[in-house]
Design a protein around this ligand. Sequence first.
Ligand SMILES: [Zn+2]
Length: 186
Amino acid sequence: MTRWIYIALLGITVRADTPDYSYTSKKLQHTEDASITIGKPQKNGFWETPPQIYVCKFAPIREERLNAAMKYWNDLGYKFGDVFFRDESFGCVNDALGFGGITIDLVGQKFKEPNIGMTWNWKHTKTNQIVKSRIEIKRGWGDSPRVLEHELGHALGWLDYIKYGHIMHHHWSSGGFNAKGLKKED
Ligand SMILES: [Zn+2]
């Protein structure tokens, strides 16, 4: 009983902080559009303030892995807010919550095989400002190098980039740690 009251209050609080999200759209950060194989990596969104990170209770991600992935993006000039590990609130509980942060969870019902990870971003339709992001990682892949780095890249607004050895390559086996074109100022 107490727990339900807590969740309900949380919902009210979050909504009070965030006046109107009716003008946001939810989008899967993945594209097979061939145009991104040429030129520089493309970005379709940005965070106005450093996003919090909510790692849900059942997310197959260890803290060391998350720290390494965050450092990868820190080194490229990106900042993150507070990190909540084994989280049971916000986006972990309800898909309608979690604004202002990146929620990392185990795969859910909308997950499509044969992906290893998937990321959805909620953005202002006019400004492309990202207001919320959800990363889902498949069980057994959380400890693999580059998986979380790649999905965090999507959460920061980057799209897949078909270049061998690049962190944003959609196919894990053809990817690598190459971060060309991904600096904050790029
Ligand atoms: Zn991808």
